[in-house]
Design a protein. Structure first.
Length: 263
DNA sequence: AGTACCACCTGACGGC
DNA sequence: TGCCGTCAGGTGGTAC
């Protein structure tokens, strides 16, 4: 789930539940997602509260009062859950931050594909990991500059995290469906006004998904995501949703709405 | 540079 | 019901 809109919901969740409470301890349930040593993580967080949040693309940063930041990446199955210590710990909790009010914040990840680490400066972290500008922060001029210099398939271009951060497999499909562009079409064939339209659609899709809490069940029926299954009926026409493969990723399109260009 | 494919890791799901 | 193959929304590395 965790693409830009999902992580934005996590950020708001952390903002609501995890700030301004002293961290009394860290519980390590599984080490495989840790990119920083346990002692460094504990040293950076324990005894201080989180005082702020930041998000770039699919990355969430939580600022500890002292100065370090906790960096979270959720992989394919990550999420956050704030819970009362007297209740059941969430299943698949891998990393638990305990607060002084007998509540904790669990980093949950079924497949353990995420990352947990410490940085003293998110900007350094972002440049060091070659992460592009956030898809919702990016202005039209920058989007145009990036996309007009790229080659190859449009879906791949949208998902290139080193150029534009936050769009993954699902929302790239959604954006291209709403824009009526076949995901394999060549980015270089789009005219400036088509790129402008793609840019606007990208923003609208991301913002609307956030508005609905990034819950696929809550999205309007006209979204591909509400019909993201092979053989489903296209919400825009009489077509049938089809599954294809791009770079090994399942990709859903309506073959009637999204026509391939002629190479 | 772009694309295809494998690996990471574990569980959910559908078919038999 | 139970076993088994396939697939899953992320990233990173390889080879071409």
């Amino acid at each position: 789930m965790p693409e830009l809109p999902d992580v934005e919901i996590f950020r708001r969740y952390a903002e609501k539940y995890a700030l301004n409470k002293e961290i009394t301890g860290i519980e390590y349930k599984d080490d495989s997602m840790l990119e920083s040593g346990k002692s460094k993580i504990t040293r950076s967080l324990k005894g201080e509260p989180f005082v702020g949040t930041r998000r770039l693309g699919k990355y969430l940063f939580l600022k500890s009062k002292s100065k370090n930041w906790l960096v979270l990446h959720f992989g394919m199955t990550g999420q956050l859950k704030y819970f009362d210590n007297s209740s059941q710990e969430p299943e698949y909790s891998r990393f638990i931050i305990q607060f002084d009010n007998h509540h904790s914040l669990a980093c949950i990840s079924r497949r353990k594909l995420g990352k947990i680490e410490i940085t003293d400066d998110p900007d350094d972290y972002i440049s060091g990991n070659e992460l592009g500008q956030d898809a919702l922060e990016m202005e039209w001029g920058e989007f145009y500059e990036i996309m007009s210099s790229k080659k190859g398939g449009i879906k791949n271009a949208l998902m290139d995290q080193s150029k534009i951060s936050g769009i993954g497999n699902v929302y790239s499909d959604e954006i291209l469906f709403q824009e009526r562009i076949h995901p394999k079409n060549n980015i270089g064939k789009l005219e400036k006004k088509q790129l402008r339209s793609l840019y606007e659609t990208m923003r609208e899709v991301l913002k609307e998904v956030i508005k609905h809490g990034a819950d696929p069940e809550n999205l309007p029926d006209r979204f591909l995501l509400s019909n993201r299954k092979e053989g489903a009926k296209c919400p825009e026409c009489n077509g049938t949703i089809q599954k294809i493969t791009i770079n090994g990723r399942g990709t859903y399109i309506c073959p009637d709405c999204q026509k391939p260009d002629n190479k």
